[in-house]
Write a protein that binds this ligand. Structure first.
Ligand SMILES: [Zn+2]
Length: 340
């Protein structure tokens, strides 16, 4: 028998009581009468230096235990651990709910709020800033991964002229500049930098069967430019790495790594579909319609599947054309649906 005070939960009156554990049942008795409840049906809270251990019944009645040590010993005798952990286990469903709530909030911020903010913000970033970022990235790429193009200036001009001709009457392409490079380690690829430079690699020209194929790929990159995907991606990743950096207490490294981040992040499926849809609208009125784009998607997928097998790892993502898309089939069928 352990001395306790019993409150019935309706009045503040204190009743002297005695407490006992019988098997899985808690018994409380005193001049108020007696009651019992299954251990699983009561909330056991371990006291601190200042607060007593308590048992809370489902109807709100509370038993305050005067001799905490004796009660703990009694519980331990019944094989029930008491302490912070045990108390947390008693409240595990609340802890779990709180955790799930926190995870949901963070996930919602990441999945909805952040992309939304980036979408509003990206077009408002001054062209000078966007261009400065693009120039820095291009310099880094030229130093590390790209080589001068072997494509003749005539062919470069022809392709540029075909791209310019994509704009229908009263329609303007996003500001852009075509740059030709060789990218031996990058394979068949093209990408758009946020400032408007669309880099086309010789390896892509080698994969293409005709100029229309190259134009189709550039049209896809123009879609990324039209929707500011590069800057949106950069903003989102920057916020994420900034938050992670603050959390880990290492912001400077994160800021220094922004370029790498820009290169290594990939466009989401949503961005790719959006760029495809834009390209689709440009290409539909052309004689070859969407076939060159569909054809190139399939050929690039096959080419990159081969190089993935040889493990070149991550192609870069800013405008990373069609680098490693598990979803080529889905994109192709979306384009086919546009034709109907
Ligand atoms: Zn893309």
């Amino acid at each position: 028998m352990i001395a306790a005070d019993y409150f019935d939960g309706r009045s503040s009156r204190r009743h002297a009581a005695r407490l006992e554990l019988r098997g899985d049942t808690v018994m409380v008795e005193g001049e108020f009468g007696s009651r019992s409840a299954a251990l699983a049906a009561v909330e056991i809270c371990t006291g601190t230096d200042r607060t007593p251990s308590t048992i809370r019944f489902a109807d709100g009645a509370i038993c305050e235990i005067r001799d905490s040590a004796a009660w703990t010993a009694e519980l331990a005798g019944a094989g029930i651990g008491v302490g912070a952990v045990a108390s947390a286990e008693r409240h595990w469903h609340w802890a779990l709910a709180a955790l799930a709530g926190a995870v949901l909030i963070v996930a919602a911020i990441y999945a909805y709020a952040l992309p939304w903010i980036a979408r509003q913000l990206a077009p408002a970033i001054p062209q000078a800033a966007t261009q400065a970022i693009s120039d820095a990235v291009l310099q880094g790429l030229d130093a590390r991964l790209l080589a001068p193009s072997k494509t003749s200036p005539q062919r470069q001009q022809e392709i540029a002229a075909r791209v310019a001709a994509l704009a229908g009457p009263g329609d303007r392409l996003p500001p852009h500049r075509l740059l030709f490079r060789a990218g031996p380690t990058l394979g068949a690829n093209a990408f758009a930098l946020p400032g408007g430079d669309v880099v086309v690699l010789d390896e892509l020209l080698a994969l293409a069967r005709r100029d229309e194929d190259v134009v189709a790929v550039v049209a896809h990159e123009l879609g990324h430019l039209r929707h500011h995907h590069g800057m949106r991606q950069l903003l989102q990743s920057a916020v994420v790495s900034f938050v992670v950096g603050v959390y880990l207490g290492d912001v400077s490294t994160v800021v220094a790594g922004l370029t790498t981040l820009l290169l290594e992040s990939r466009y989401s499926r949503e961005f790719e579909l959006e760029a495809d849809a834009y390209a689709g609208r440009l290409l539909l009125p052309t004689p070859a319609s969407l076939e060159p784009l569909i054809d190139m998607l399939l050929r690039l997928d096959a080419a990159h599947a081969k190089s993935r097998a040889a493990d070149r790892g991550g192609l870069f993502g800013v405008g990373d054309l069609l680098s490693s898309h598990p979803d080529t089939a889905g994109r192709v069928s979306a384009l086919r649906a546009m034709k109907r």
